[in-house]
Design a binder for this molecule. Structure first.
Ligand code: PAF
Length: 290
């Protein structure tokens, strides 16, 4: 496994691999790798000749009051995981290799899709994500790129960006990977105290609760959401917490009718939740077939 720190060197390597007819699978990450990243890497390993993982904590996607400086950076452990998973190249650039010293002047914005859910509360976040992912695609030149469904809005934004800007990359969604109690794996789980961690699976439990209410078809979506938020508040009552949003969209992130009878049977919709547990912001989502 080779660790590449220079963008130009990565581009030359990818060009050569493409000329040799090799397929490149790419897993973009911010490091602090966990089981969900490993799942992305395994999928990439199965479907491509060459696997490239990037590790880059992207300053552009953090707000001024967010956790850029304290974001975990266990690089030795990350490289060990990549080696175990038979990754071929880790692209690990320093910030000044990715962004000019006088700041970035060019940005990628996927309008509309970034105005809802997390985008509403994390101004500029998805602009930072779309910008860095398009840069990474130009540097790594992958055939296939792997994104987890836990960050479903991110996945949809990247799919739309690839479509709108004609990137020659196939985006492969990978289902959310959960710990034994249902908590979705996230690098931010590391911030939770033992007490907070012991109730963190409440997000998933409240999503499943809401899914069951929807499938009973007895309530409007608004009522399902109200009941699920109340349930979540109760589950989290032993820790400081704040529900940021609990919302429902269809799988393309379009709004869905309040009256469940107006949704065609068999349509797949998604429930999304974001919660602060202490200072840690966690998100999750699940699909429901109506
Ligand atoms: O999901 C992430 O870890 C990041 O948002 C990504 C896609 C690597 C871009 O920095």
């Amino acid at each position: 496994m080779k660790v590449i720190k220079k963008t130009h060197q990565m581009q030359i390597i990818s060009d050569k691999l493409r000329m040799q007819g090799k397929t490149i699978g790419f897993v973009p990450t911010m490091g602090a790798l966990h089981q969900a990243h490993i799942e992305l890497i395994k999928r990439a390993r199965k479907q491509n000749d060459i696997v490239i993982v990037s590790i880059f904590v992207n300053p552009l996607q953090f707000g001024p009051k967010e956790d850029y400086n304290k974001y975990p950076r266990p690089i030795k452990q990350d490289l060990k995981i990549c080696r175990n998973e038979k990754v071929d190249y880790v692209f690990y650039p320093p910030v000044d290799e990715m962004y000019p010293k006088d700041g970035n002047l060019t940005f990628v914005e996927v309008t509309k899709l970034e105005d809802i859910l997390c985008g509403k509360y994390r101004s500029g976040h998805f602009r930072g994500v779309a910008t860095v992912v398009s840069k990474l695609f130009n540097i790594v030149k992958p055939h296939n790129a792997y994104f987890g469904e836990k960050d479903y809005q991110q996945l949809k934004i990247i799919e739309r960006m690839v479509n709108d800007l004609n990137f020659d990359v196939k985006i492969i969604p990978v289902p959310t990977v959960r710990d034994i109690d249902g908590l979705a794996y996230s690098s931010r789980n590391l911030y939770l105290s033992d007490k907070e961690r012991s109730v963190a699976s409440s997000l998933y439990k409240s999503l499943v609760f809401c899914k069951e209410l929807i499938q009973q078809k007895k309530y409007t979506l608004k009522q399902c959401i109200q009941k699920s938020k109340k349930y979540l508040d109760t589950l989290l009552s032993s820790v400081e917490h704040k529900i940021q949003y609990f919302e429902i969209y269809d799988n393309d992130l379009n709004p869905v009718p309040q009256n469940l009878k107006e949704i065609p049977s068999g349509k797949r919709i998604r429930i999304f939740v974001a919660v602060f547990i202490g200072n840690t912001r966690l998100i999750d989502n699940i699909e429901v077939t109506v």
